[in-house]
Design a binder for this molecule. Structure first.
Ligand SMILES: C[S@@+](CC[C@H](N)C(=O)[O-])C[C@H]1O[C@@H](n2cnc3c(N)ncnc32)[C@H](O)[C@@H]1O
Length: 270
């Protein structure tokens, strides 16, 4: 059913086959910011520009990552099927490791639209209970179709959309994308989202982020908390609701807030 990248046979790959090391990609820039090695000079230059104007970028990226670990561990106590869209280059620990510590038999599917991410994930983490698939979050129907046979849609699923929806433009209808996924998800499914917000962030920081990301091939969309909250329509937000990722059930007191905010939450599908 799957090609070497876990891509459904016969499915048009479109942009997914295009690999340009000379253009920064969100996944490889993020990998560099997290301290990874799977990136090229264009990614490193872009990441350095981000960190020049925004030195706390690395701290925020790790706060986001830790939110995902805590939220995924929570979900693994309730469901045993995970779909991680915008899964990224494997960072230790990866999502499947976190889930399998709690629920060893859980099925975890990583989906991404970056061929370099897919190659790394396929080589490093695909295996027993872990599937890697090419897919674009802007085409939710295609992702749902390609998961038939891997995911049992009659049972609850945890869907992870961490630090990916802010790369989706308004024209691509982020709320409509979530509505399509929600229709496929059984009641009791859990949706984990984190997203950069402009609320409560100084204009100086917003201008700086716009300066580096404004003309990037995949710009960052800073949305309001209300817009991000709207992505959880049709779900009940678990405590403590939609909050700074540092404040979502923190496990220690090392988390601190900075002047750029990523909001995170977990919604339970009604
Ligand atoms: C900032 S990284 C986040 C990685 C991981 N979710 C995390 O939070 O640690 C964003 C990821 O989303 C992927 N991505 C961006 N746009 C996407 C799209 N339209 N469809 C699927 N994945 C996308 C990128 O390739 C990248 O791997």
């Amino acid at each position: 059913m799957t090609s070497e990248f876990g891509t459904p046979q016969g499915d048009s790959l479109g942009d997914l086959t295009r690999f340009s090391p000379d253009k920064p990609s969100p996944a490889r820039v993020y990998d560099y910011i997290l301290g990874g090695k799977d990136n090229y000079s264009a990614d490193r230059e872009s990441a350095e520009r981000v960190m020049q104007v925004f030195p706390e970028g690395r701290e925020l990226a790790w706060a986001n990552r830790r939110f995902m670990y805590r939220a995924a561990s929570h979900c693994a106590r309730h469901v045993d099927q995970f779909i991680d869209i915008g899964t990224g280059i494997p960072t230790a620990p990866n999502v499947a490791e976190v889930v399998h510590r709690v629920s060893p038999d859980a099925v975890v599917v990583g989906v991404d639209n970056d061929p370099v991410v897919l190659a790394h994930d396929q080589a490093l983490i695909a295996g027993e209970g872990v599937h890697i698939m090419a897919g674009d979050v802007r085409r939710p129907d295609q992702i749902i179709d390609s998961l038939n046979g891997v995911i049992d849609w009659a049972r609850p699923v945890a869907m992870i959309l961490v630090a990916v929806m802010h790369f989706v433009a308004d024209e691509d209808d982020p709320s409509g994308i979530l509505a399509t996924f929600r229709k496929a998800l059984a009641p009791g499914s859990l949706i984990i989202i984190s997203h950069v917000t402009r609320d409560g962030v100084s204009q100086k920081t917003i201008d700086r982020i716009d300066a580096v990301y404004g003309n990037a091939p995949t710009p960052l969309r800073l949305r309001t908390a209300e817009q991000i909250n709207g992505l959880f329509a049709g779900t009940d937000l678990l405590d403590p609701g939609l909050v700074d990722v540092q404040l979502w059930r923190p496990e220690d007191n090392h988390e601190r807030l900075i002047d750029l905010r990523v909001l995170g939450g977990v919604g339970e599908v009604r």
